[in-house]
Ligand binder design. Structure first.
Ligand code: FAD
Length: 469
């Protein structure tokens, strides 16, 4: 009888413990993806990117004589239906860690077990299971550096290679047609604008990891902060959908460190930031929904999305070049440089005194590398309400940051067209990408700052002083 392998955010063949175990069992393997509420509730860009990922993954499975069975509905009902149809006696999957997924998977596991089906979850999405990293007193970590110190010398399992073959069942259960799911429906600009910026699938991710280690990681300590430079791995979109595993990145980083490549250690630390975000989400799921530090609940954030300032922030028309360049980069490419993320988040929450949830949701709608844990941690870190946060009195100055990290204004030229005789193609692409209803044109004059750098800083500090933290 076959084994169902239920794929979610793990669209790869190599280093996939659940798939590996299914293939090793000697039974036929039926790969399944279910369009349930967790898919329906995705933001526009991540949902569209998932569609591309599924298509690519199905093609990779077909090269191994297999395929991806697509079904829509409640996950348990779909699995039970497939079990009835195929006679499967086992369902394997890779663990996820957000509260909704945990709730769903726990219920499914016990229902399947009750029905006599082997239901087994495997690791793969993380290197360090959140419950295995404990402080000396048995608690969880709330600060990154001790977390890093605790895990940095731990052995991380060596990546598994892709199964040489995936045994197919005698007959395949029916599958939905991916096109009928319309995963790109809310993403008008997807195919024409964002698609060229996507690094799609496992093979592309692996080859990028190789190129990054060969050419970029040595200088990563310097280049990682320069938004105009291709100086980071760019693998977050692949990690987000599991097109590459963190273990594969980690071992490549270890090898680079052994070869004496200077930035390799910093790269390993960044991978551990991702683990730390998951550690926090697991132990304090309210990270996703409310101020991690509850004393921020009393802070009078603006929560009204309709405010003109919020609109200008979303549209990249704040009049602050670093903020606008980064917001446009995200709209066109589906990604934003980490320095940009910190700047735009600081500007929204500190200069504009807007609630971080407004920013979190806009990112969730626009990022092709959207990750529940890293996004929430990043926003709460920036706003000051999170664990290990930037202190409330540290307000990034988006003007001096530009002088520091975009000295020759290459990043600004790449993304801002207004006021230039011959704007760059990327800067113009933004105006083709935005909805007509926004009424933007590259011939517009560049706006005055909605809140100037110094004024916003003073205003934020004054607001904070009135509060007791
Ligand atoms: P690299 O510099 O090459 O780093 C390698 C990997 O380490 C990344 O792919 C990522 O998986 C991990 N990593 C690096 N920095 C961080 C970090 N600060 N936190 C957690 N993991 C990290 N990252 C996401 O993957 N998805 C998000 O939705 C997301 N939202 C963010 C929101 C805000 C407000 C902020 C400040 C940061 C956010 N980040 C998010 C973290 C970070 O900006 C991105 O992971 C990074 O820019 C991805 O680029 P890269 O793959 O080239 O990273």
């Amino acid at each position: 009888s076959p084994v169902l392998v239920w794929f979610r955010r793990d669209l790869r063949l190599s280093d996939h413990p659940a798939l590996h175990a299914a293939c090793d069992s000697g039974r036929p393997v039926i790969p399944v993806f279910i369009h349930d509420d967790s898919v329906a509730s995705l933001g526009a860009a991540p949902k569209w990117r998932l569609g591309l990922g599924l298509e690519c993954f199905d093609a990779a499975l077909r090269e191994k004589g297999s395929r991806l069975v697509l079904r829509r509905g409640d996950a348990l009902e779909v699995l039970q239906d497939l079990i009835d149809q195929t006679g499967a006696e086992a369902v394997y999957w890779s663990r996820l860690y957000d509260p909704e997924a945990i709730k769903r998977d726990t219920a499914i596991k016990s229902a399947l077990k009750e029905a006599g089906v082997e239901a087994k979850s495997f690791g793969g999405h993380l290197m360090f299971e959140p419950w295995t990293v404990e402080t000396k007193t048995g608690g969880f970590y709330k600060v990154y550096t001790p977390f890093w110190n605790m895990v940095k010398s731990r052995a991380v399992e060596a990546p598994l290679s892709a199964p040489s073959e995936i045994p197919a069942p005698e007959s395949w259960p029916g599958s939905d047609d991916l096109d009928d799911w319309h995963l790109g429906a809310a993403m008008d600009r997807g195919a024409a604008v964002v698609r060229p910026h996507v690094r799609l699938g496992e093979k592309a991710a692996q080859s990028r990891l190789g190129a990054f280690m060969a050419q970029i990681v040595a200088g990563y300590d310097e280049t990682r902060d320069l938004p105009a430079v291709d100086g980071t791995s760019g693998l977050s979109e692949n990690l987000s959908l599991g097109e590459i595993s963190p273990h594969q990145c980690w071992h490549a980083g270890l090898r680079a460190r052994e070869e004496g490549k200077a930035g390799a250690e910093t790269f390993l630390k960044e991978l551990v930031w991702r683990e730390f975000a998951y550690h926090l989400m697991h132990h304090t799921p309210q990270l996703l929904t409310g101020n991690w530090k509850e004393d921020w609940d009393a802070f009078p954030w603006n929560q009204d999305e309709r405010l003109a300032e919020v609109r200008r922030w979303k549209q990249g028309r704040t009049g602050i070049q670093f903020v606008d360049a980064a917001m446009r980069e995200m709209y066109v490419t589906g990604r934003m440089h980490n320095r940009g993320r910190m700047i735009v988040a600081s500007y929204l929450t500190k200069h504009l005194l807007c609630h971080w949830k407004i920013g979190l949701q806009w990112f969730e709608d626009c990022l092709i590398d959207w990750d529940p844990a890293s996004n929430a941690m990043g926003w709460q870190w920036s706003a000051g309400s999170g664990p290990d946060a930037t202190p409330y009195f540290r307000v990034f100055n988006p003007v001096t940051q530009l002088d520091k990290f975009d000295k020759d204004r290459a990043y600004v030229r790449r993304w801002i067209a207004e006021g230039r005789k011959s704007p760059s193609e990327t800067a113009l692409a933004y105006f083709d990408a935005v909805p007509r209803s926004w009424g933007l044109s590259p011939e517009d004059s560049y706006p005055e700052p909605v809140v100037a750098a110094d004024e916003g800083r003073q205003r934020a500090l004054a607001a904070y002083e009135n509060r007791e933290f």
